[in-house]
Design a protein around this ligand. Structure first.
Ligand code: DGJ
Length: 376
């Protein structure tokens, strides 16, 4: 018996990784890692560090409850973006402490990791919903690690920007009050939300923070971009120099625009953001916004998708835009094709960002594509 166990153990330890030879991106197909298992990193983001890409995302499980965080944030690494090695769970949910903000069974979505060169720390922020409260808490969570693949240590969760007015909020609106009984979606209600009714409601306790991403600008400043005010208005907040907190400088983007799933990149001196509308796990049409700076005036441009299923973002929802290392003007749009009935089976829709003759980003469906597309 002992021998049998020993043999089994050695077989498992020395089990060769499955030879990986993925040569093209195949949006929507199963995407096996080095162990032959479909990558489990949903709502993710990617960080490039010392010659390798690191993909962090939600570890989902099987079945209808699979969107609950039962495991944590999964990490994979790759040198070529096609073949991924499983690196384990970078941030584990707390399985022992029911009072932890990240206790097993909470909702932990869209984790993003950035590296702070000044402190040498890897900083993860994510959308956190406290266990048993549905989507009411609307917090952002913070975890930190000394090593890129973790383990990340949970630091705290919060509703950001408590007691702070947005930089682009008119002084004359700060004292405004509204009747409690405005009918949702009536003209008066929409105007009240535009004028900051929900912002003011959450002013003392801190603002709601749901779907999120992080962006590090070329000057090293980092920004936390999230859906706030009941998902009606995006907030872009500046992070402190160590990326571990909010400076209190933030702006509102598209009040009542109902944008979720923000993803952002810079091209040709402009900042572009691709978002989705708000329809739960169901796909909807993507939106392209443009600005001259991260904290600037964001304007709606169009739906950047073309062709069949353009109004459903090819059955997916944005999560991140990845600049490809070593190539100029090469960006990959990363999106999730959610499977709410069996979340672990969610698929990844990665498409190259193309540019039209006006220089505007365009997304077009491709069954298969490879990096050569960027050698234009
Ligand atoms: C859409 C969001 O983009 C997802 O991250 C998730 O929060 C779902 N809504 C939940 O319905």
């Amino acid at each position: 018996m002992k021998n049998l166990l020993l043999t089994l153990f050695s077989v498992l330890i020395f089990l060769p990784a499955i030879a990986q030879n993925q040569k093209s991106f195949q949006p929507g197909e199963l995407w096996p890692d080095n162990k032959g298992i479909h990558i489990n990193a949903h709502g993710g983001g990617i960080m490039f560090y010392e010659g390798k890409y690191y993909w962090f995302g939600e570890h989902k499980i099987e079945g209808k409850m699979g969107n609950r965080a039962m495991v944590g944030v999964h990490c994979y690494s790759s040198g070529d973006l096609l073949n991924w090695t499983e690196e384990g769970i970078a941030l584990e949910v707390d399985k022992d402490n029911p009072d932890s903000d990240i206790t097993q069974g909470c909702i932990l979505e869209r984790p993003k990791v950035i590296y702070n060169a000044k402190t040498g720390k890897f900083v993860m922020w994510f959308h956190l919903e406290l266990k048993g409260m549905g989507y009411a808490a609307a917090r952002t969570g913070l975890a930190v690690a000394d090593k890129v693949t973790g383990p990340f240590t949970f630091v705290r969760s919060l509703n950001p920007n408590a007691g702070e007015w947005p930089l682009n909020f008119a002084d004359e609106l700060k004292g405004k009050n509204w009747p409690d009984d405005l009918k949702p979606w009536s003209d008066e209600w929409v105007q009240a939300v535009k004028d900051g009714m929900l912002l003011k409601r959450d002013f003392q306790k801190g603002q709601m923070a749901r779907d999120m991403t992080l962006y590090v600008d070329k000057d090293g400043k980092a920004y936390h971009i999230h859906a706030s005010e009941e998902n009606l208005t995006l907030h872009i907040s500046e992070l402190t120099d160590d990326y571990l907190g909010f400076t209190g400088n933030y702006i509102r983007v598209q009040p009542t625009g109902h944008n979720e799933a923000p993803s952002i990149f810079e091209y040709n001196g402009k900042y572009y953001m691709i978002t989705s509308g708000c329809t739960g796990w169901a796909p909807n049409a993507a939106r392209l916004l443009v600005s001259d700076s991260v904290m600037g005036e964001w304007e709606y441009v169009n739906n950047p998708c073309v062709g069949e299923d353009r109004d459903l973002t090819f059955h997916s929802q944005s999560t991140y835009i990845l600049p490809v290392e070593g190539k100029t003007d090469a960006f990959i749009f990363m999106a999730d094709r959610w499977q709410p009935q069996n979340p672990i089976d969610g698929r990844y829709i990665w498409l190259p960002i193309q540019f039209d003759d006006k220089g505007l980003p365009v997304l077009e469906w491709m069954d298969s594509w490879s990096m050569e597309i960027f050698d234009r």
